[in-house]
Design a protein around this ligand. Structure first.
Ligand code: AMP
Ligand code: GLY
Length: 418
């Protein structure tokens, strides 16, 4: 049997371990109390590249899958490849797509990828001037921290006051730390969003079923942006033609540009897209599986998932794994105060999941034998069914089995899927 090391310890990694455990022996580091049920967890922090590499070598793993962006940005894939390990995930130079939104935008431009007009700024008064001019043209803006900000570094502003306040807070008052010292400002696009998860190498691509994420905290797409409050797949409103167009205009040109620039890419390329008048515009690239898109997408993967990751890590043309019929829906349960200052430490109980539903742990930990909330997104429930409505009902039935004080979830995930 193959052996795989998954690096990370959130809901995305729980879903990866859950899926891979059907085909391989899985080691996960650091893991979490949910992942323990399907993998051997070794508590090494993601920052300790030396120790993670040593673990992969000692366990003689056939594949390492690096889940979160931070270790990819820190060059963990390079470090492990240098030791002869087979790694799914780009090196530090490819991970710059996510580490530096300014560079990512420049790369999109060089590749001719359709994206919102925008500019980077290192000085607040010039940034505010640029916004003022956009609002005078009747447009809104998106203010983006260029450094990694855990999904919280974007404010979409329909009023100049909000744009101005965000710019002053991030650039002049340090409200976003180092990630906010340089900002990317974009014209605001209006349209519907989807996420395309694509296995990518210099030899080809294979996209997984299209997912839709719910970024805003509260029902009706209101409240602040978060890492994601729920997802479903497949997003049937995204036609096959639109997927092909997205691959041709957004995914392939980017990979060609990376190859041209001498940046080999072997891993997941996640494109965040907005459809404006039928055309796909790229909002961002991520260099990893999305969370909570992965939970929904992996529930629909059939045989061949492990082989697809191995082929991608080897730099072959990726094979698309089998896709199961039906739909999946994921609902995230967050902690009170998320995303600004989530309350942690409260005891949590997870009852029996209905058949077809799986609880993926994101922010839980053991404390003296009792399960406690330890992160902003706590547990997500992913359910499958023959159609979206049945998957949705099952996911919410699962959510009602999860108890902790301050539990917050959206009630409208997948309520208008098509
Ligand atoms: P990003 O991290 O760049 O994907 O941005 C997070 C979220 O902000 C996206 O999912 C969109 O909902 C929103 N967003 C980002 N850029 C724009 C834009 N140019 N126009 C409108 N909304 C945007
Ligand atoms: N759900 C969006 C992300 O993973 O960045």
């Amino acid at each position: 049997m193959s052996r795989v090391l998954v690096v990370g310890g959130g809901g995305r990694e729980h879903a990866l371990c859950w899926k891979l455990a059907h085909e391989a022996e899985v080691v996960c580091s650091p893991g979490n109390p949910g992942i323990e049920q399907v993998a051997d967890c070794v508590p090494i922090p993601a920052e300790d590249g030396e120790a993670l590499t040593a673990l992969a070598v000692a366990r003689e793993v056939d594949l390492v899958v690096i889940g979160p962006e931070a270790p990819l940005i820190d060059g963990l894939a390079d470090q492990m490849r240098a030791r002869g390990l087979r790694v799914f995930g780009p090196g530090e130079n490819g991970a710059r797509l996510e580490a530096d939104k300014g560079w990512s935008k420049d790369t999109m431009r060089r590749a001719g990828v359709p994206t919102a007009a925008g500019m980077t700024f290192t000085e607040s008064s010039a940034a505010i001037e640029w916004c003022r001019a956009r609002f005078e043209e009747g447009k809104g803006v998106a203010v983006k921290a260029t450094g990694p900000a855990l999904g919280k570094g974007v404010v979409v502003a329909a009023e100049l006051e909000l744009a101005e306040a965000t710019i002053l807070d991030w650039m002049d008052s340090g409200g976003m730390g180092a990630a906010g010292e340089k900002l990317l400002l974009e014209e605001r696009l209006l349209g519907r969003e989807f996420s395309l998860l694509t296995l990518a190498t210099e030899r080809g691509i294979a996209s997984l079923p299209v997912a839709q994420d719910y970024k805003r905290l509260t029902d009706g797409d209101t409240g602040p942006n978060t890492g994601g409050m729920g997802s479903f797949a497949p997003a049937a409103w995204v036609s096959e033609g639109l997927v092909l167009k997205t691959e041709e205009r957004v995914v392939k040109p980017l990979l060609s540009e990376l190859t041209r620039a001498g940046v080999p890419y072997r891993g997941m390329l996640f494109s965040g897209l907005m459809v404006v008048e039928g055309e796909p515009f790229c909002l961002e690239y991520n260099v990893r599986f999305g969370d909570p898109e992965t939970q929904s997408v992996l529930r629909l993967m059939g045989a061949g998932f492990l082989d697809a990751l191995i082929g991608t890590a080897d730099g072959s043309r990726p094979e698309r794994p089998d896709v199961l019929p039906g739909c999946s829906v994921t609902v995230v349960c967050a902690a009170d105060g998320y995303p600004i200052s989530p309350q942690k430490g409260q005891p949590i109980t997870i009852g029996n999941m209905p058949e077809g539903a799986v609880a993926f742990h994101s922010g839980t930990k053991w404390d003296d034998g009792s399960l406690r909330v330890s992160g902003g997104r706590v547990v997500s429930v992913s359910a499958t069914g023959p159609d979206l409505a049945s998957a949705r009902a099952l996911a919410y039935a699962g959510v009602s089995e999860i108890q902790y004080s301050g539990k917050h979830f959206r009630t409208d995930i997948a309520s208008s899927g098509n």
